[in-house]
Each structure stands twice: as C-alpha cells, then as structure tokens.
Design a protein around this ligand. Structure first.
Ligand code: NI
Length: 225
C-alpha cells in the first residue's frame, strides 16, 4: 500500500527546515546504505554528526506522530530517527530494496523495516527528474509530491529515485517497524479504521460502531507482535 499524507509541514515550516539543512554539512549518501544498495546510491546525506541533526530529525518524527493517517496506517512500534538526503543534478538512487534490519544509533536496538517514509522538502517545480518509483504487486508507481507532503510505502518493495536533470531535491526519509508486520493485515486494519471514522462522523457513536471499534482493537491484539 502506498499512502500519501498531505501537509505534514506547512510551507513556512518547510522553509525553516530547508534553511537549517542548507547549513550542512552534507556527506556521501552511500555511507548509510548496505553494500548492495550503496552501489546504486548516488546522493548526499545531511551529516548525523552535525550539532543540528538531532533537533531536525526530531522535528520530522514529532510532526509525523501527530498525523492520525500516519499512526493508523503505520501502527508504529519503532520509528528510526529520520535522516535527510539531497539529490543534485546527475544524482540518482537505482533500483533497490531497503535493508530489512537497521540499527537505531540512539538505542543500539535492531529495528525491522516494514514501512519506508519520504517527506518531500522541495517543491516539484524546483527540480526535474527525481521521481520516487515504487514497484509493488499492483505495478509501478511514480511519486513526486509537494514540499511538506509524505509518502508511505512498503520497505520490501523495489524502488528507486530517478536521475535529477535540473535543480535539487531535498527530502527526509525514515523507516518504521510496525506493531503489525504483515502488510496485508496492516492494510485491512487501516481500511477498517478509516471506514469507522467516516461512519462515526455520519451517524455518531452507535452501539454497532462501538462494537465494530472493539473488533478493530481486538484484531490489533491478535496481530500485534
Ligand atoms: Ni530505499
């Protein structure tokens, strides 16, 4: 499932983030990829050694955690600290699948990557190329969103970032270990939650909706790790 979350950040917040990120330093993006992915990865990454990194990363995490769509779709158990990448002209990230396990450098915890998230921090008009292409069971999807918007996609999917031919593309990216590891179960829970939300707004908290909500939570109890 691919899910577009609009307006995680306002345009003003995006500008503030971009201003702070511009200060750098930026390092070779291949340093954070596994050996296979590193061969395909040609971009820059905001240094995690920067004194500004922790606060910037936290800003992304906090904003996402406040998004009901993100929480419902991801059912997050662990969120790896968001990082930032920058693609200049000629940069690209060829077809790859994200590493299944990533180390959370704050806690040393090994986290299973179920969901990949990209938060776009450049407007689509600022660059040419740079589309995120995600291949899933339903085919190939091209993603290029407004600055401040986010996309969630399965970490297990083959994906790439097309070569930049003009301008520059800045984004934040992160991984989530979900309470529910199975993507299909997660997607059913998300659909159920969204339908319940709509029903509740149409008819209020009827006895039947309360009962269905109970089923939703009991399914999470069944399926959560
Ligand atoms: Ni990736």
């Amino acid at each position: 499932m691919l899910l577009h979350i609009p307006e995680v950040f306002t345009k003003t917040q995006v500008l503030e983030l971009r201003r702070a990120l511009d200060a750098g330093p930026w390092v070779d993006g291949a340093s954070s990829a596994g050996p296979l992915a590193a061969e395909a990865k040609h971009n820059m990454q905001f240094s995690t050694e920067s004194p500004h990194y922790a606060a910037l990363s936290q800003t992304i995490m906090t904003a996402l955690e406040r998004q009901p769509l993100f929480v419902s779709a991801a059912l997050p158990q662990h969120i790896l600290p968001p990082m930032f990448n920058r693609y200049a002209v000629g940069n690209t990230y060829g077809d790859h699948v994200d590493n299944a396990i990533q180390m959370d450098r704050r806690t040393g915890l090994r986290v299973r990557t179920d969901i990949s998230v990209t938060v776009f921090l450049s407007e689509p008009e600022e660059y040419e190329g740079g589309e995120l292409i995600v291949e899933d069971t339903y085919g190939s999807h091209e993603v290029k969103l407004a600055a401040g918007d986010a996309i969630l996609y399965p970490s297990s999917s083959l994906h790439r970032v097309e070569k930049i031919t003009a301008g520059e593309r800045v984004a934040s990216f992160l991984w989530v270990q979900s309470l529910v590891s199975d993507a299909w179960q997660r997607s059913m829970l998300f659909n159920l939650d969204m339908t319940l939300l709509k029903l509740r707004s149409q008819v209020g908290n009827t006895e039947e909706i309360v009962a269905l909500t109970g089923h939703y939570h009991n399914l999470i109890r069944q399926w959560a790790d």
